[in-house]
Ligand binder design. Sequence first.
Ligand code: MG
Length: 249
Amino acid sequence: MKLIILDRDGVINEDSDAFIKSPDEWIPIPGSVEAIGQLTKAGYTVVIATNQSGLGRGLFDITTLNAIHQKMLDAIKAAGGTVPVIMFCPHLPTDDCDCRKPRPGMFNTISERFDVELTGVPAVGDSLRDLQAALLAGCTPYLVLTGKGRQTLEKGGLPPGTQVFDSLAAVTAHLIEKDQQAVSPVSVPVASEQGEKAVANGSTDKPAPKAKAKAAAKAKLASLAEKPQKTTGKKEKSEKKNSAENRKK
Ligand SMILES: [Mg+2]
């Protein structure tokens, strides 16, 4: 399956330092909802993982958060998109939970839920902590320059391998183009006179670099994940409880 994990505020909708506390305050970034529609049509399972400490701070309640998400899902649906799972962390930074990004708890739960390894899965965010959580979970971090993205870029210290794009729409165009490029070298020779040979080449040549890249990514992940896992490992059992989630019917 093709999975993509998105942050919410600053990626899909305009961010606010005063928090998004009502459906009225949820305003889509131009092109973002349409991008999710395109991702869905291109075969991606689009999942959202978002820190929502406004819940823990008492700025809004779960009913309001559901109403905000319903507005978002309606807009996405109108653009031909679906989002089967929205993960959110309701905790305060001081709660020391495992789900609040930069910790990878929500990502790990997504991995379990869909029974899929996150190696190479694109994870899009506008804050450093989104990218850090993504990398710890094995995803490929994508920074967008909407929301807090420009500030994040200027501060520097981005995780290795971070891809930078203007917006979710730009990430989407890139991913869809990359997918098409990955398919075309095999499909073109098949139609030629030397079809058999070309297919054989396609099947032997292609997997090697992929496998290499996978092994390299795994090795990188293992070294990067080592330290943080030591500090968060104790709390793994409570991760599911702490990691509130909202599944769309
Ligand atoms: Mg954000």
